[in-house]
Design a protein around this ligand. Structure first.
Ligand SMILES: [Zn+2]
Length: 398
């Protein structure tokens, strides 16, 4: 845990949650009412104790369900607008202010840890750690890397030397991961089925990440692009909505993670994203969404480790929890909840600290009214969120 800087917000010395019924997301079981003591941002004690804790903020959560803080493994905190040209017109300082607002709202939705997949640098992670910004813990990777002719909003690198140089600089500056675009996209000049970067370039990037004890994530859609990325050593597959059986076998063989992002297509199709789309593009997005659900079902049945991702921007950001509802079309609520907690923690290298309610873990908790396993809508519509404990600090949504 980072050392706290003096200027940041202070947090209570201790917070005690009384009569907390904890949902164990590994087993799916709900505990008897317990006492949770959070101190210095960590869960210090889970017990049946009723004694008073000195200097603590006491909160009674009787009848509510306590979950681990949620993890969004594919978000873009710097994309406060869906109009990329508008973002480019912002001053860096205004952009930072909008970003901190996006992060604040993500926290109010129950996301206590977010993996940024393009845009955020580790300055934002530091600002959260120093409590200058009220937001989720942030895993940042800097820019998205693409070859000439690649995806939008990216840092262009051609050749192994350029790529290694750029990655070294990012890892030196503290990046947690690096994302390469290894195929076109939905909003891309590059055709969806086109492959980005040569095998040698991808291998060089994977090697640089290995040397830095970091990993490579890849933006990919088609089965061909997914299989290729996995064979070349990519650890997390972003989107990957057109999987075949070979892909699912490779995920298991390579110990890789799958992070589909269905809600971003849903937001476009339903008009919730707040921007229009040409009819030809719209049909393509509908197809990606439907086949994305089929791919999710296939991966889930095969036992692939699946992270919770959203990939929203601008007006669509408010649907960050809607991915819960979409996934339960093909998955059990508990499996989706595991994606947003246990698997997310594995992806970002925080097993035992994030995505779990346990002594020694981060005091990152979500308290909801009702049972999300019986009705996933309790999480998806956000209205049942009662309390978020973020780094030991109680935050009330709404
Ligand atoms: Zn993305």
């Amino acid at each position: 845990m980072a050392v706290r800087a003096d200027p940041g917000r202070s947090r209570p010395t201790a917070v005690v949650l009384r009569r907390a019924q904890i949902l164990d997301v590994a087993s799916g079981e709900l505990s008897a009412p317990r006492t949770i003591v959070a101190r210095d941002g960590v869960v210090a004690e889970i017990s049946d104790s009723t004694r008073t804790v000195a200097d603590a903020v006491e909160i009674d959560v009787e009848g509510q369900t306590v979950l681990p803080g949620l993890i969004d493994a594919h978000a873009h905190v710097t994309q406060a607008s869906g109009d990329f040209n508008e973002i480019l017109s912002w001053s860096p300082q205004y952009h930072a202010a909008r970003t901190s607002w996006v992060m604040h709202e993500m926290l109010l939705r129950g996301f206590t840890l977010v993996r940024d997949m393009g845009g955020a640098d580790t300055g934002l992670s530091r600002a959260v750690d120093e409590r200058l910004v009220t937001g989720p813990r942030l895993k940042a990777g800097g820019p998205i890397f693409a070859p000439t002719g690649g995806h939008v909003l990216t840092k262009v690198c051609d050749g192994e030397v350029e790529l290694r140089r750029a990655l070294r600089a990012e890892f030196r500056d503290g990046a947690d991961h690096a994302k390469l675009t290894l195929s076109g996209g939905v909003v891309s000049k590059m055709r969806l089925e086109a492959l980005g970067f040569s095998d040698a370039e991808v291998l060089a990037a994977v090697d640089e990440a290995r040397l830095a004890h970091r990993y490579i994530a890849a933006h990919v859609y088609t089965a061909e692009a997914v299989s290729r990325a996995l064979r070349l050593g990519v650890r997390t597959i972003e989107h990957g909505n057109l999987l075949d059986d070979e892909c699912t076998a490779l995920f298991l063989e390579r110990d890789a993670f799958y992070v589909p992002t269905l809600v971003t297509y849903w937001a476009i199709i339903s008009g919730a994203a707040g921007h229009g789309l040409a009819a030809s593009k719209r049909a393509a997005v509908e197809d990606i969404f439907e086949r994305g659900l089929e791919s999710l079902a296939k991966a889930s049945a095969a036992g692939v480790r699946i992270g919770y991702g959203t990939d929203l921007h601008g007006e669509g950001l408010r649907f960050q929890l809607e991915e819960f509802r979409l996934r339960t079309r093909v998955q059990e609520p508990l499996d989706v909840l595991r994606s947003a907690t246990l698997v997310g923690a594995e992806i970002v290298g925080e097993v035992g600290r994030a995505g779990i309610v346990a002594e020694g873990a981060y005091a990152d908790l979500v308290v909801v009214e009702g049972d999300p396993l019986a009705d996933i809508g309790i999480l998806a519509d956000g209205r049942s969120l009662r309390l978020i404990l973020a780094d030991g600090d109680p935050v009330r949504p709404g």
